[in-house]
Unconditional design. Structure first.
Length: 365
């Protein structure tokens, strides 16, 4: 089927197999949902239809916006550029603290008001000057077929692609999915299996496996985000353990974003993350050897700035999602000492800024 023409909502699904008891098993993610006719998986958007799996949200979105790439957050992927962002509905995790719960937990397909083919999305990105397209708001793993077809259309027009994901994906799908992605921001939600089981309805190990795979088996640029929740995953001991693992398994150059929780969804009884927790956790991560550690969801110029690991000078000064000063050459080298900063960089002609521009599009461009 053409990546540029289909907007059918029930699109043939991939990564499943038949079982001997009459069910079919979805192999997209570690949940291994086993379905009889008409049943949907835990993500809600993958359904058994007849003797096959379908994706029910192909070609339909909860909305499209042009954002700064720093909002994903990605600080080392074409800084200052704009990115066309969209998502669908549903999620394969069950995070009680979900910050996009109205989209990711949606069971109403009528909320998906914007229809667009992969080609239409790529053309809209080109038309609006977006450097890349982000699959975000809910996890693109569950709409992988739509995201991958869109990635193909984007690459034909020179547009990069970004997955904002929890990394909860099966081994077979993982290989094919990330082969289409130029960059990813992966939520490392905590660093204990207890946290994942109790607050996310998932497990830690598959996420760590995805991160190791990304580092050692792909050319996909990726950054990490951990939402620090008071009393749940923000202890100094857990931050130390997590950042030691990152340095040991992924290396010191993977950027880490430590972001502030605000009460939402099923965790409205907790207070927002204090700025002091973010600052303390950032210092721990730096002390453990991670070279680029950022704070998010707060105004913190120091925590938003990219510093040169060679001469320690500030190279990209940010406040929130706004770039205030830029001190890198076209290839990402420090203009002071020549140290190369890890990431994807090109000529910087000014920043898109902190704007958020909603756009509407039709299914065919």
């Amino acid at each position: 089927m053409s990546a540029g023409t289909s907007t059918n909502t029930n699109h043939p699904g991939r990564w499943w197999h038949r079982l001997g008891d009459g069910r079919i098993q979805c192999d997209l993610c570690p949940r291994d949902c086993r379905l009889y006719e008409g049943q949907r998986g835990a993500c809600f958007v993958r359904q058994r239809e007849g003797d096959a799996m379908v994706l029910t949200t192909y070609g339909r979105s909860s909305g499209f916006c042009i954002d700064p790439v720093e909002k994903k957050p990605l600080n080392h992927f074409y800084p200052g550029s704009s990115i066309l962002s969209f998502g669908t509905a549903g999620c394969n995790l069950a995070c009680k603290f979900c910050q996009n719960w109205d989209i990711s937990k949606s069971r109403e397909m009528d909320t998906l008001m914007d229809a667009a083919s992969p080609l239409a999305i790529a053309q809209a990105a080109k038309r609006t000057g977006a450097r890349s397209v982000a699959f975000t708001y809910n996890d693109p793993v569950i709409f992988a077929e739509y995201a991958m077809d869109t990635a193909d259309a984007c690459h034909e027009l020179g547009i990069a692609t970004v997955a904002v994901t929890a990394g909860y994906i099966g081994t077979g799908a993982r290989r094919e999915f990330f082969a289409k992605m130029d960059a990813a921001n992966v939520d490392l939600k905590g660093f204990t299996d207890e946290f994942y089981v109790k607050l996310c309805g998932a497990h830690l190990a598959p996420v760590l496996d995805t991160l190791v795979y990304l580092k050692h088996e792909t050319s996909c640029w990726f950054e990490l985000t951990t939402l620090l929740i008071p009393g749940k995953n923000d202890s100094p001991a857990e931050i130390e353990a997590m950042t030691r693992w990152i340095v040991r398994e992924l290396g010191p150059d993977v950027p880490l974003h430590l972001t502030a929780f605000h009460p939402d969804y099923k965790m409205t009884d907790l207070a927002a993350t204090p700025a002091a927790t973010l600052e303390r956790s950032r210092e721990i991560a730096l002390a453990e050897g991670i070279r680029h550690v950022y704070t998010g969801n707060v105004h913190d110029r120091t925590g938003g700035t990219t510093f040169c690991p060679g001469c320690a000078k500030p190279l990209i000064v940010r406040d929130w999602h706004e770039i205030l000063d830029y001190g890198l050459g076209d290839e990402g080298a420090c203009r002071h000492c020549g140290t190369t900063i890890p990431g994807r960089f090109e000529r910087f002609d000014g920043a898109f800024g902190a704007r958020r521009i909603p756009i509407r599009m039709t299914a065919a461009a």
